[in-house]
Design a protein around this ligand. Structure first.
Ligand code: SD4
Length: 336
């Protein structure tokens, strides 16, 4: 077995990892209202919000900020906080599934329309890491803070320490420990790591991404979500993109940056998402049948796109006073 293949397999199966929200084989989350449509070609739509997965409340919260004249930055922060505070969501914020040692560690990043970026990685005990990431961007000379240092910084900024491991997530972890051997899982539920992009009434774009990462990950593991160009990228001249799914694969192809650069070269958000998924799938020895990656993107005109490897990726979009969940097309649909 080639080294790359071995490491890939090790990262998702030998180590017993599963992704928290979006990784078991193509289960149809019946609660979603699906509509097979991924591209919106209407020009210059604003305000506009899109977010990964079935996240209606997060998107409507962001939309309210925008409709009231707020900035895209305020909107994406407010939207992401909804999922971070939702204890039932086991892949973001409080209630997130822990690492294999039982510690919940969170990753988040945010980008504004000026091209500034802030991130926190592997943070314990603080629920609203998206807001801490924003403070890193605005109140420090740095762009990333990790672990203990990030937690200390959050406390210094007035954030409260709290236990993020809920009873439900603790039970799930204890059950996992009995075997510590889950197979790679593709789509678990309809609500997951949230990547969000917004265009405000002035036409400015910002984005945010927040997650508890892979369930039962190795201690210290960080995925794509808090990494600029991986889980998120925004260029106010062009558009933005965000990712969900197996972060290692997103990082190796710098997925969100790739999508924005493809849009800069003239591709639509849909075409750019499709090419970024193809980059992953077409790698030699790609094990793509065993993992999920999904992308969303928006361009300056307010055209949107989404694409995934497997079925049952979806995103919520607020546009023209309507907030709806849209099922993404997926590459296995064409390869089948
Ligand atoms: C990660 N991309 O940490 C995240 C996980 C994710 O649904 O999106 N889960 O790799």
């Amino acid at each position: 077995m080639k080294r790359r293949k071995f490491l890939q397999k090790a990262s998702i199966s030998t180590l017993g990892l599963v992704t928290t929200g979006n990784l078991v084989a193509c289960v149809n989350p019946t609660s979603q209202k699906e509509e097979v449509l991924t591209t919106d070609t209407e020009a210059s739509v604003k305000p506009l919000v899109i977010a990964t997965w079935n996240t209606p409340l997060a998107v409507s919260t962001a939309a309210e900020v925008l409709e009231a004249g707020g900035s895209a930055l305020d909107a994406v922060e407010a939207g992401c906080k909804i999922e971070e505070a939702n204890e039932k969501g086991q892949s973001v914020g409080i209630g997130g599934l822990p690492d294999r040692d039982g510690n919940v560690t969170l990753d988040a990043c945010i980008m504004n329309s000026e091209g500034d970026y802030g991130a926190v990685l592997c943070v314990k005990n603080i629920k609203h890491v998206i807001s801490v990431a924003r403070k890193v961007m605005e109140n420090t000379p740095h762009v990333m803070l990790v672990g203990e240092g990030a937690e200390q910084f959050a406390l210094s900024q007035g954030f409260q320490k709290e236990n993020l491991l809920t009873e439900a997530s603790k039970k799930a972890w204890e059950k996992w420990r009995q075997t510590a051997k889950y197979k790679p899982i593709i789509n678990i539920e309809n609500h997951d790591t949230i990547g969000m992009l917004a265009i405000d009434k002035k036409g400015n774009i910002s984005g945010a991404c927040t997650t508890s990462g892979l369930a039962y990950k190795m201690a210290g593991r960080v995925g794509d979500s808090p990494i600029i160009g991986g889980g998120l990228f925004v260029d106010n001249e062009v558009g933005g993109a965000a990712a969900t799914g197996l972060g290692e694969e997103v990082l190796k192809t710098v997925g969100s940056f790739l999508i924005v650069e493809l849009m800069r070269q003239g591709k639509s958000p849909q075409e750019a998402c499709e090419e970024a998924i193809a980059r992953i799938v077409n790698k030699p020895n790609s094990d793509f049948k065993n993992f999920q990656v999904g992308y969303i993107a928006v361009n300056k005109k307010g055209e949107t796109g989404a694409y995934a490897i497997h079925e049952w990726f979806s995103y919520n979009r607020y546009k023209n006073n309507e907030n709806k969940n849209i099922k993404s097309d997926f590459i296995l649909n064409r390869k089948a």
